[in-house]
Design a protein around this ligand. Structure first.
Ligand SMILES: Cc1ncc(COP(=O)(O)O)c(C=O)c1O
Length: 371
């Protein structure tokens, strides 16, 4: 059975984990410090990297450090994994959804501008499936309105924007290392940021609010949570980070093959390539009405051909939590269409081009009814 994703783990990762387990120091320790330094090297620019127990924690810590709370509105795309909106609710603020582009699945500055009100405090652009958002116009807009921009790059480690790594700008940018991401620490995440004052606050939020002095004493000047990454995850991350560019190159080879092999068809919308795209996922849209199958039936047809596809994602504003904010069907037509028609085709570095060909012929069988 071909899964839609699978982490690439070999002996080097197993050895690295074994070494930590045998060292006696399993929670946050030397491997975390080494992983943060290696990530900072990889991202480049004048930024500090801090790792967390998840991408969600990293995002939450930033919003909390900036004091986002009740009465504040935060702009977020209606199409993303639900963590992008849940972190806003977690802070007591109100999510303001905006629609995404049908092909890029990303937001643009015009959509964001239309959603700004006197209560807007922040914008969370999401680099969907590893495709970079056009950030310059969004930063310009944010500057005019004095808004925080927090880039949700959970799906975008290794993505570049205008030739530079996402995360190297100095503004807060968060990554995820969940096992389905382009590299993994099992659960885990990271924040890239340059502001030293905010960094101190975020470090407090990450670990019980604890601040240590040079004599080894400690104080707790403000609340903090428990969001630290264990050394086992960091040891895995150190090995995976070395391989990341190779993983992403392999993803691109597989994606090129998808573009070559998938047919042009009026019931099929392909994602578009973009400079710097790290191809975390390959999500197509299929018009189920034209095809004459429901998505569940199509998933079953693929399963019979030993292929598992994914669904990324239902539109967030239609979840019952977010309907309580007054959202309803018809508010964001592109996000809703993506939510209904999307199918994530298998894509991971351990795949071969012949696997892509197998998926393409299965998709073709859906399109021409020959299953
Ligand atoms: C867009 C987006 N934001 C946030 C997250 C949360 O990351 P994590 O699972 O590491 O908490 C994810 C994870 O899938 C994601 O895809």
């Amino acid at each position: 059975m071909l899964p839609f994703t699978r982490p690439t783990i070999d002996n080097e990762e197993l050895e690295a984990i074994k070494e930590v387990l045998q060292s006696g120091w399993l929670a946050t320790g030397p491997k975390v410090a080494a992983f943060e330094a290696a990530l900072a090297d990889y991202i480049g620019g004048d930024v500090q990297l801090r790792v967390f127990n998840s991408g969600t924690s990293a995002l939450e810590a930033v919003l909390l450090a900036y004091g986002i709370g009740p009465g504040d509105e935060v702009i977020v795309p209606a199409m993303s994994f639900v963590a992008s909106a849940n972190i806003i609710v977690r802070c007591g603020a109100t999510p303001k959804f905006v629609d995404v582009d049908l092909v890029s699945r990303n937001i643009d500055a015009a959509a964001v501008a239309a959603a700004i009100t006197p209560n807007t405090k922040a914008i969370i652009p999401v680099h969907f499936a590893g495709r970079p958002v056009d950030m310059d116009p969004i930063y310009q807009l944010a500057k005019q309105h004095n808004l925080l921009v927090l880039e949700d790059a959970a799906q975008a480690i290794g993505t570049q924007y205008k030739g530079r790594q996402i995360g190297s700008s100095g503004n807060p940018v968060c990554f995820s290392f969940h096992p389905n991401k382009n590299m993994t620490t099992i659960e885990g995440g990271a924040l890239a940021i340059s502001d030293p004052v905010l960094l101190k606050k975020i470090e407090g939020i990450r670990f019980h609010g604890i601040v240590r002095d040079s004599e080894g004493g400690m104080d707790v000047p403000a609340w903090g949570g428990k969001m630290n990454m264990p050394d086992v995850g960091a040891a895995l991350g150190l090995v995976q980070l070395k391989k990341l560019d190779g993983f992403n190159q392999k993803r691109r080879v597989l994606v090129d093959r998808y573009f070559q092999q998938l047919p042009k068809h009026d019931a099929l919308v392909l994602p578009a390539d973009a400079e710097g795209h790290s191809w975390h996922m390959f999500c197509v849209l299929l018009d189920w009405e034209k095809i004459g199958l429901s998505r569940n039936q199509a998933l079953e047809v693929l399963k019979q051909q030993a292929i598992t596809a994914g669904i990324h994602y239902p539109a967030m504003h239609l979840f019952s939590l977010y309907r309580q904010y007054g959202y309803e069907p018809g508010d964001f037509p592109n996000a809703e269409r993506i939510g209904e028609q999307t199918l994530t085709l298998p894509l991971f570095p351990g795949m071969e081009e012949k696997d892509v060909d197998q998926v393409c012929s299965a998709v073709l069988s859906l399109l021409n009814g020959s299953y």
